[in-house]
Design a binder for this molecule. Structure first.
Ligand SMILES: [Cu+2]
Length: 123
């Protein structure tokens, strides 16, 4: 039995093709769609539960953006043409993790931020 703590320790990060099965087969995945556009991410708060397997499907509605969560070593390009980019990982320990655009997209770029909020699992 893997406790959330162990799952967090074993945190995996993978970039996979959209629609691909979980890296760890059989584990339910919490999939969340995110739209990047000048100069926001929608939703701007991404709610997950520590230890769960998360798949973010991110696409741009206008120009090229980046999607980065520095604390989780996630940084992907989000292409201009709207092609979705998928990031899969195990939700980290409870806390708040800043998300930011990592690819210069215009004058509002440095304000283009969101937040991943990881909640402690209820028992
Ligand atoms: Cu940007």
């Amino acid at each position: 039995m893997l406790t959330p703590r162990i799952l967090t320790t074993l945190m995996t990060l993978a970039i996979v093709m959209p629609g691909a099965p979980s890296v760890r087969t059989g584990v339910p995945v919490h999939e969340i769609e995110i739209v990047a556009k000048k100069f926001t991410f929608e939703p701007s708060t991404i709610n997950v539960v520590a230890g769960e397997q998360v798949r973010l499907v991110i696409r741009s509605a206008d120009t090229k953006h980046g999607f980065a969560i520095e604390k989780l070593k996630i940084d992907v390009d989000v292409p201009k043409d709207g092609t979705p980019v998928t990031v899969e990982f195990t939700a980290p320990a409870a806390g708040r993790y800043q998300v930011e655009c990592s690819d210069f997209c215009g004058l509002g770029h440095r304000h283009m931020k969101a937040e991943l909020v990881s909640a402690a699992p209820s028992r």
